[in-house]
Design a protein around this ligand. Structure first.
Ligand SMILES: Cc1cc2nc3c(=O)[nH]c(=O)nc-3n(C[C@H](O)[C@H](O)[C@H](O)COP(=O)(O)OP(=O)(O)OC[C@H]3O[C@@H](n4cnc5c(N)ncnc54)[C@H](O)[C@@H]3O)c2cc1C
Length: 207
């Protein structure tokens, strides 16, 4: 499940997003205005249920500790909620006079931080294709919409399956993969070129 809540932080986040790949899931602090942050903790069901049931002070202490007190003490400003996270794919993205964009077309695990960018790219691709049409063409024509679906299929499937796979890799009950996972992450941290490429892809959609 994805556990979400917003907090006021004792230390400034300097508009930085933090993500920790922990044995008990993936924890993210996402910066909000006014020294606040949005927490997303992708956790096994039992831990998610436990976090949601904690009183506010205990939740603040737990989340601050899990993030190594990177933003200092925390104060809860919205109640915690948990949502099931699962891979969802649609069989068809287009039909005559209909095109799906954004999460309607491809739900993606929040650990990627790519969801909104993928939706913007869908909108940009579809708008560009429609804007190029001569006046006499029907914009709802299925053959045209299929061109949009083809143009977006590869990137969305790649990110959906990559983040789904990463999430499975970070499932706690996976001791065999733990060493590989830690090695991979350490390598990523130690090689600024690789790390910067991943960041660039998250921001721009291009390596
Ligand atoms: C916990 C979490 C953390 C995330 N973190 C990030 C991140 O850091 N970076 C990132 O890029 N993405 C992130 N995402 C993903 C991002 O939020 C989504 O990809 C994005 O919001 C999708 O936008 P959308 O417009 O396609 O859909 P939505 O934002 O879901 O918008 C759909 C809208 O349609 C409305 N609606 C639904 N049904 C109807 C109806 N029948 N009639 C009228 N209105 C209706 C809904 O109420 C909603 O307002 C995160 C997602 C989650 C869940």
């Amino acid at each position: 499940k994805g556990v979400v809540a917003n907090f006021r932080c004792a230390l400034p986040h300097r508009d930085t997003a933090f993500q920790w790949f922990r044995p008990d899931g993936v924890l993210a602090y996402l910066p909000l205005p006014d020294q606040q942050m949005s927490m997303v903790w992708s956790a096994p069901d039992a831990l998610a249920d436990e976090l949601v049931a904690l009183p506010p002070e205990a939740l603040c202490a737990r989340v601050a500790e899990a993030g190594g007190f990177r933003l200092g003490e925390l104060e809860l400003i919205t109640p915690a909620a948990a949502f099931p996270l699962r891979l969802m794919r649609v069989n068809e993205v287009v039909r005559p006079r209909l095109a799906l964009i954004g999460d309607a077309a491809h739900a993606i695990h929040p650990l990627s931080g790519h969801g909104i960018n993928l939706g913007y790219q869908d909108a940009r691709t579809l708008a560009a294709q429609l804007a190029d049409l001569p006046d006499w063409r029907d914009p709802g024509d299925l053959s045209l919409l299929r061109a949009y679906a083809r143009a977006r299929a590869e990137e969305t499937a790649l990110l959906q399956y990559t983040t789904h796979g990463l999430n499975r890799l970070f499932k706690p009950a996976n001791p065999l993969l733990a060493g590989l996972r830690n090695l991979g992450l350490n390598l990523t941290n130690q090689f600024p070129v690789l790390r910067n490429s991943l960041v660039r892809y998250a921001v721009s959609g291009h390596f």
